[in-house]
Ligand binder design. Sequence first.
Ligand code: HEM
Length: 141
Amino acid sequence: MSTGLLHLHSLLRWVILILLLVTLYQSFVKNEKIKSTSLWLMIVAHVMLLIGTYQSILGRFGWMNLPEGVSVMKDSFYRFYLVEHPTLMIASIVLIALARGKSKDLNYSAVNKLLLIALVLILAAVPWPFRGEPIGRPWLP
Ligand code: HEM
């Protein structure tokens, strides 16, 4: 089950990024369809939060399976996957939820600002292949 969830988590990054870009575009051109796109974006972001929380606690590199003697903050691999990645991603999911609220009132400029910051956080926190070993992961599951 864990492998399936990891693949889903990896694949959904593209769904989040596409929905985020579409919602951002809609906030620029002031399209009312932003109400439904931002809802889908928020739903997918929360699915990522659920899977990510499971992985961080019970996954192969999760807190419950830490090898003996590892100091998370001193180990760049564990610091990335158990602290930096979750913190930045949770911050981006909060921004996505706030943007969803603003899009219900068609407050396009607020949605715009919130989602731009969320996009930067996500791009910075994804373990892209070019991050190199041991953090980098493939483009696709
Ligand atoms: C927008 C939200 C998120 C995106 C786009 C994202 C993206 C990714 C990607 C692309 C991977 C690598 C998957 C692979 O091996 O191919 C990954 C791994 C991981 N993510 Fe996330 N993530 C998000 C949110 C979260 C959150 C909120 C948490 C924790 C609360 C989390 C915890 C993890 C962990 C622990 C791994 C490593 C799992 C393993 O290798 O066993 N992620 N994430």
